[in-house]
Design a protein around this ligand. Structure first.
Ligand code: B3K
Ligand code: ZN
Length: 868
C-alpha cells in the first residue's frame, strides 16, 4: 500500500472555505479520452485565499482563473490546491479521463455500450477537480457532446435547453438544472436506448414527462417500473403532501452498477435488476423489489435532494428516512404485515450481525476511512427503524407535522440528523432528548422482561431491563429511550385494557431506564403478554414464554405481526434446544404440539395466504447464527434441515392440499395472486423434502407460465437436492444463457447448491458464457450467494471456501474495490467460528492486508477485523 489511508472523524467537520454557486460543465465524450471542462463561479467564505479541490485519477489539462492561465497551484495525491486567489472568481478546469478503463464503476464509466456516471458518495472527483462535498450546492448546466450514431441520447440533470449537430457525425445537448445540488447528485448518460414514455400530472397541475431508458429490445420489460414510478408520485402526494418539482423525470437502466440505483436529480440511474421485469423473466420478489427501489429513489427527491446531507456522517438523514418512506409505500400498497415481517427479518438477521461485527457503527458513524463502506444495513435499515420509532412516539399526525417543519426549515440546504430530530421535537412537543442516543450508540440492546401477577391486588407488573453489550467501536453503553409496544390478553382471547395509576394508558410504554417496572391495575386473571409488538424497537427481546403461551399468541394475538413473531419464538426455542441435542449426539426432536400449531396455521381460514407463507418460514441460518457468540455452523444447518423435513413429512397432507388448491391459470401481479403463489411455493419447498418432491418440482418446472414458479421449482430441487435438479438447471441455462440478468437467478442457485462439490461447480460456472467478474450482479449472484448463503460449504473445515474467497477478493481489489468490500463481510466475522476456522480465515485476511495495492475500502475492513 502506497500510503496508509487516513480516517475522517465526524467531530472534525468544518464548513467549506469557499462555495461554488454555478457550475457549467462540458463533456466531449470519447471512450478513452473524454475531455471535461468545468467552469465554476467560486466565492470565498472564510479568510483564506487558498482553495483545495478534490480529484482522483484525473489528467489535468489546464487551470484558468478569471480568464487568466493560473500557475499557482500544486497537484498532490487526491487534491489540487490553488493559491493566491481573489475573493470571487471564475475557475475553468480542463481534465481528461478514461471512462473505458474505469472498472470501479465510480465517476464516468462505460456500461455495455453506454456512458454513465455514479457520483455518490465521492465519485464526482473522478470527473473533475471540485469541492466534492455535499454541503456545496451549485446550479448546474451540462453540455454533452458525442458521436450521434452511437449515442443518440445525451442526458443529464434538469431540463433539456438546447441541442445541435456538429461536424464529424457528432452532436450535443445542453441541460440545465434549476435546483442547486451537491456534486454527488450529478448524472450524465449517453447511449442508444429504447424509451418507454408516459406522463404524470401533479396535484397542483404540473405536467411531468416520464421516460424510462432501457437497452434495445427490452421495452416489454419496462412497464412495471413505469407503473411503480407513477404510484410513487401519487403516494408521496397523498401521504406526505410532497410533489415533484421538474418537468421531466428520467430513469436509465444499466447492466453494470455497483448498487441498486441512484437518485440523481431528475435522472435516476438504475441497476437493470431494479427496472426490468416481465412475467417470463422476473419473479414476484423482483416485481416487489422494483416497486420498492423505484419508490425509494423517487422519494429521495425530497428526502435527500431538496434537503441533502451536510456531511457524509449524516447519511442516515436521507437514507434511514427514505427507507422508512419506501417501507411505508410498500406497506400501503401491499400487505403491511408481510412487509413488516420482511423488514424485521433483515434487522434481526444481517443488521444485528453487522452490529456485532468489527464493522459495528452507530447509524450516524463517528469515523470513516472509505465512505462507500458505510452504505450499510445499520445506516439504512436500522436508520429506518429509528425513524419508525419516532413515528411510533409522535403518531402519524405528529410525525407529518415534524416533516413539514423540517422542510420549512431546511429546504434547499444541507442538513444534519440533529436538524431532523429537532424539527420532530419542536413540531410535536415530544421530548426526544434521550432518544437522540440512538444516533450515537451502536450495538443491539437486549430487553429482558419478567412478569408478575398479583391475584389479591389484581395487578400485573412487567419489569423491563435493558442493556447493550460493548461493541467493537464503542465500549460504554447507556440506557436508550425504547418505545415498547405491549398488549395483554385474557385466557379467552379478550384484550385487557392497560391501566396505570388509575388511568388508561396506550400500548406503547416508554422504557428509558436500565431497569423499570410497569404495574397494570384491574387485571383480574393471569394475562398472556404480547411484547415488542410490531417490533417497536430494534432490540433483542428476552422473555420466558411457555410453549402454550406462544401457541396462544399465534392464534389469538390481534396483530398479525405478533402472531408471526410468536411462531418464530416457538421455533427459536426448539432450534436452540435441538442444537444442544445435536451437539451431544442426539436426534432432533419437535413435540407434537409444535407441529400441531403449524398445522393450525396451515388450516386457518382467516389468514391471508401471503401471511401463512411467512408463518411457515423458518429463521435463516444467518439469523440463528446471530443468537450465538460462537456458532456451530453444521449443527445449526442440521437442525434447520431436520425441522424442515419433520414438518414436511408430518404436514404432508396439508401441504399437498394447499399446493393443489392454489394453482392459478393466468399470471397476474395483483397482491392476492402474489400471496397465493408465495404460499403454494412455500408448500412446494416443504414437499421437496418428502417422497412427493421430485415429481412435483419437475412438473411445476415444465408447466410454469411465469418465472416465480420456475424458480420456485428449481430452488426446491436445489435445496432438497432432488434427482431432477441437474436437468432443470441445464434446461434453464439453455433457455436463458444469452441474458445475464435472468441468469443471475441460476448463478445464485449454483452458489447456494448444498452439494459437497459445490466449489468445483462454482469454479466451472465462472467459465459460463454469461458470467463475468467485471459485472457486479453476476459476481454477487454466484460468489456472494456462496459466501453468504451457503454456510456449510463456505465454512468447510478444509478452508477451501476461504481460500477461494481470498482469491476472488484479490482480483476484485484491483478491478472493483466497492464490490470486493461488500463481499468480504462474512470473513470479518471470523471470531464467531471455532479456533481452526478462525485461523484459516485470519490467514486470508492477513494475506489481503499485506498486499501493496490494497484499496482503502478493503483496508478499512481488514484492519478493523484484525485489530478488534
Ligand atoms: N444513494 C444511493 C447509494 C449510493 C451508494 C454509494 N456507494 C442509492 C440509494 O440509497 O438510494
Ligand atoms: Zn437511498
Amino acid at each position: 500500500m502506497a500510503q496508509t489511508p487516513q480516517a475522517k472523524y465526524r467531530k472534525d467537520y468544518q464548513s467549506p472555505s469557499h462555495t461554488i454557486t454555478d457550475l457549467d460543465l462540458t463533456f466531449d465524450l470519447f471512450d478513452n479520452e473524454t475531455i471535461v471542462t468545468a467552469v465554476s463561479q467560486v466565492k470565498q467564505l472564510k479568510d483564506s485565499n487558498t482553495l483545495q479541490l478534490d480529484g482522483e485519477s484525473l489528467k489535468l489539462v489546464s487551470v484558468t482563473v478569471n480568464g487568466e492561465a493560473w500557475t499557482q497551484y500544486q497537484e498532490t495525491e487526491g487534491m489540487l490546491e490553488l493559491n493566491n486567489l481573489p475573493q470571487e472568481f471564475e475557475l475553468v478546469i480542463v481534465t481528461e479521463i478514461d471512462p473505458e478503463a474505469n472498472t470501479a464503476l465510480e465517476g464516468l464509466y462505460k456500461s455495455g455500450g453506454a456512458f454513465c456516471t455514479q457520483c455518490e458518495a465521492e465519485g464526482f472527483r473522478r470527473i473533475t477537480y471540485y469541492l466534492d462535498r455535499p454541503d456545496v450546492l451549485a446550479k448546474y448546466t451540462t453540455k454533452v457532446i458525442a458521436d450521434k450514431a452511437a449515442y443518440p441520447f445525451l442526458l443529464s440533470n434538469g431540463n433539456r435547453v438546447a441541442q445541435g449537430d456538429l461536424e464529424g457525425g457528432r452532436h450535443w445537448v445542453q441541460w440545465q438544472d434549476p435546483h442547486p445540488k451537491p456534486a454527488y447528485l450529478f448524472a450524465l448518460v449517453a447511449g442508444d436506448f429504447d424509451v418507454l414514455r408516459d406522463h404524470y400530472v401533479t396535484k397542483s397541475g404540473r405536467n411531468v414527462e416520464l421516460e424510462i431508458f432501457v437497452d434495445k429490445g427490452n421495452l416489454d420489460r419496462a412497464p412495471h417500473a413505469m407503473t411503480s414510478l407513477i404510484n410513487s408520485m401519487k403516494w408521496d402526494e397523498e401521504r406526505f403532501g410532497l410533489e415533484y418539482d421538474l418537468d421531466i423525470y428520467m430513469i436509465v437502466a444499466v447492466d453494470f452498477f455497483n448498487m441498486g440505483a441512484m437518485e440523481n436529480k431528475g435522472l435516476n440511474i438504475f441497476n437493470s435488476k431494479f427496472v426490468l421485469a416481465n412475467e417470463q423473466t422476473a419473479t414476484d420478489t423482483d416485481y416487489l423489489g422494483i416497486e420498492a427501489v423505484i419508490g425509494h429513489e423517487y422519494f429521495h427527491n425530497w428526502t435527500g435532494n431538496r434537503v441533502t446531507c451536510r456531511d457524509w456522517f449524516q447519511l442516515s438523514l436521507k437514507e434511514g428516512l427514505t427507507v422508512f418512506r419506501d417501507q411505508e409505500f410498500s406497506s400501503d400498497l401491499g400487505s403491511r404485515a408481510v412487509n413488516r415481517i420482511n423488514n424485521v427479518r433483515i434487522i434481526r438477521g444481517p443488521q444485528f450481525a453487522e452490529d456485532a461485527s468489527p464493522m459495528s457503527h452507530p447509524i450516524r458513524p463517528e469515523k470513516v476511512i472509505e465512505m462507500n463502506n458505510f452504505y450499510t444495513l445499520t445506516v439504512y435499515e436500522k436508520g429506518s427503524e429509528v425513524i419508525r420509532m419516532m413515528h411510533t412516539l409522535l403518531g402519524e399526525e405528529g410525525f407529518q407535522k415534524g416533516m413539514k417543519l423540517y422542510f420549512e426549515r431546511h429546504d434547499g440546504t444541507a442538513a444534519t440528523c440533529e436538524d431532523f430530530v429537532a424539527a420532530m421535537e419542536d413540531a410535536s412537543g415530544v421530548d426526544l432528548k434521550q432518544f437522540r442516543l440512538w444516533y450515537s450508540q451502536s450495538g443491539t440492546p437486549t430487553v429482558k422482561v419478567s412478569s408478575e401477577f398479583n391475584a389479591d391486588k389484581q395487578t400485573y407488573s412487567l419489569t423491563v431491563e435493558q442493556s447493550t453489550e460493548p461493541t467493537h467501536d464503542q465500549k460504554d453503553k447507556q440506557p436508550l429511550h425504547i418505545p415498547f409496544d405491549v398488549e395483554l390478553y385474557a385466557a379467552n382471547g379478550d384484550v385487557i385494557e392497560l391501566r396505570c395509576n388509575g388511568r388508561a394508558v396506550g400500548n406503547v410504554l416508554d422504557v428509558t431506564e436500565a431497569k423499570q417496572t410497569f404495574v397494570f391495575e384491574n387485571v383480574a386473571e393471569q394475562p398472556i403478554p404480547s411484547l415488542l409488538r410490531e417490533f417497536s424497537a430494534p432490540v433483542v427481546l428476552e422473555y420466558n414464554y411457555s410453549d402454550e403461551e406462544l401457541v396462544f399468541l399465534m392464534v389469538h394475538a390481534r396483530n398479525e405481526f405478533a402472531r408471526w413473531d410468536a411462531g418464530q419464538m416457538l421455533l427459536a426455542k426448539y432450534i436452540r434446544s435441538n442444537v444442544t441435542r445435536v451437539q451431544s449426539g442426539q436426534d432432533v426432536e419437535l413435540p407434537a404440539a409444535v407441529v400441531d400449531a403449524f398445522r393450525g396455521v396451515l388450516l386457518s381460514q382467516d389468514l391471508e395466504p401471503a401471511f401463512i407463507a411467512e408463518m411457515l418460514a423458518l429463521p435463516s441460518h444467518n439469523e440463528v447464527s446471530g443468537w450465538y457468540k460462537q456458532v456451530d455452523v453444521d449443527a445449526v444447518a442440521n437442525v434447520l434441515k431436520a425441522i424442515k423435513v419433520q414438518l414436511a413429512n408430518e404436514l404432508i397432507d396439508e401441504f399437498s392440499a394447499i399446493y393443489h388448491s392454489l394453482k392459478q391459470d393466468a399470471y397476474t401481479i395483483e397482491h392476492a395472486a402474489i400471496g397465493q403463489r408465495s404460499l403454494r411455493n412455500t408448500a412446494l419447498a416443504y414437499l421437496a423434502h418428502t417422497e412427493l418432491g421430485n415429481e412435483l418440482a419437475e412438473k411445476q418446472y415444465a408447466d410454469a407460465n411465469n418465472m416465480t414458479d420456475t424458480i420456485a421449482a428449481m430452488s426446491a430441487a436445489n435445496s432438497a437436492q432432488l434427482a431432477c435438479r441437474e436437468a432443470l438447471m441445464a434446461s434453464y441455462s439453455e433457455q436463458w444463457k444469452h441474458d445475464g440478468l435472468v441468469m443471475d437467478k441460476w448463478f445464485a442457485l449454483q452458489g447456494t447448491n448444498p452439494a459437497e462439490n459445490v466449489l468445483q461447480v462454482i469454479k466451472a460456472t465462472m467459465e459460463h458464457e454469461a458470467f463475468s467478474l467485471k459485472n457486479p450482479n453476476r459476481t454477487r449472484s454466484l460468489i456472494g450467494s456462496f459466501l453468504n448463503m451457503n454456510p456449510v460449504r463456505f465454512h468447510a473445515k478444509s478452508g477451501e471456501g476461504y481460500k477461494f474467497a481470498g482469491d476472488i477478493l484479490r482480483e476484485l481489489n484491483s478491478s472493483n474495490p466497492q464490490v470486493a468490500s461488500r463481499l468480504i463481510d462474512p470473513l470479518l466475522k471470523f471470531r464467531k467460528y471455532d479456533e481452526e476456522r478462525q485461523a484459516l480465515i485470519k490467514a486470508e485476511l492477513e494475506a489481503l492486508k499485506s498486499m501493496d495495492n490494497l484499496a482503502k475500502d478493503l483496508f478499512e475492513k481488514v484492519t478493523k477485523a484484525l485489530e478488534a
